[in-house]
Design a protein around this ligand. Structure first.
Ligand code: UDP
Length: 246
């Protein structure tokens, strides 16, 4: 890993990757990239690269995992061994189990599980390249993949982190900022702004949290627009009518 830079924010108020405090990294989304999944999404956010496949609703196995009145949501976050600088050990870790749990919970308020009793909805996340913010990137991609699979939802879930770097509150930390910053605060929310995931690593004052949440709301609004545009493009593509025989 590189040494700690002397400053993470320059005297001009710019971050090392050229962003201002309230700017998110560039995001690129492709939808429907896996032919065997019911829904899928490939998302790049800065240097993060995430692939998500959604399967279901399908009969839940083993049977004892079924719920009589609801679908069960299963979320598996996995880091490819080549996704990080020091090879990630294959298989679940405490970190990946925690991320899977909180991410599943982030979707529970919006997925209409009551429509599909005894079934499972599986969300498989593969982190292909990590550069901080992978859980938030994966949630944004999962939201698109769920919509692509036609899973009924009350709305999209959007996710972004804020943090504290060189004493300043900034949006969407990159790896250097995550490593050497003072705090990281990932959030996910519904399109109405109701928070469905909130975590904190580091120390922040109530005022800093308030300021950060304002930044996150702004970031999530921008991400929601990107998500909506991608889905609109996918679902508004006119179906070609077969030519009439003469
Ligand atoms: N990371 C790593 N090895 C690991 C776990 C994480 O190099 O085993 C890096 C990776 O770039 C990740 C970042 O540390 O994106 C921050 O990890 P964190 O646990 O804060 O989760 P994230 O910000 O990715 O949601």
């Amino acid at each position: 890993m590189s040494d700690k830079p002397e400053k993470l924010i320059t005297d001009d108020g710019l971050r090392l990757d050229g962003r201002r405090a309230d700017e998110i990294r560039p995001m690129k989304i492709e939808v429907g990239v896996l032919s065997r999944a019911d829904g899928s999404c490939y998302l790049e956010w800065g240097k993060n690269k995430i692939l998500v496949g959604v399967f279901g609703p399908r009969e839940a196995h083993p049977r004892r995992s079924q719920r009589a009145d609801n679908a069960v949501i299963r979320y598996r976050y996995n880091m490819a061994s080549f996704s990080v600088e020091d090879r990630a050990r294959p298989g679940p870790s405490r970190r990946s189990i925690e991320i899977s749990k909180v991410s599943r919970e982030a979707f529970e308020p919006v997925i209409m599980t009551e429509l599909f009793p005894k079934t499972a909805i599986d969300i498989f996340v593969e982190v292909l390249q990590a550069d901080a913010g992978t859980r938030t990137a994966a949630i944004n991609a999962s939201s698109i993949a769920l919509a692509d699979a036609g899973i009924p939802m009350k709305g999209l879930i959007t996710s972004c982190a804020f943090g504290k770097v060189d004493g300043q509150i900034v949006l969407d930390l990159n790896k250097e900022e995550d490593n050497y910053g003072e705090a990281d605060f990932p959030v996910a929310m519904t399109q109405d702004g109701d928070i469905t995931l909130l975590q904190m690593d580091g120390h922040l004052t109530p005022e800093e949290i308030k300021k950060g949440l304002e930044l996150v709301k702004k970031g999530c609004k921008e991400i929601l627009e990107i998500q909506r545009a991608v889905l609109r493009k996918k679902f508004e593509t006119p179906v070609e009518e077969p030519e009439e025989e003469t």
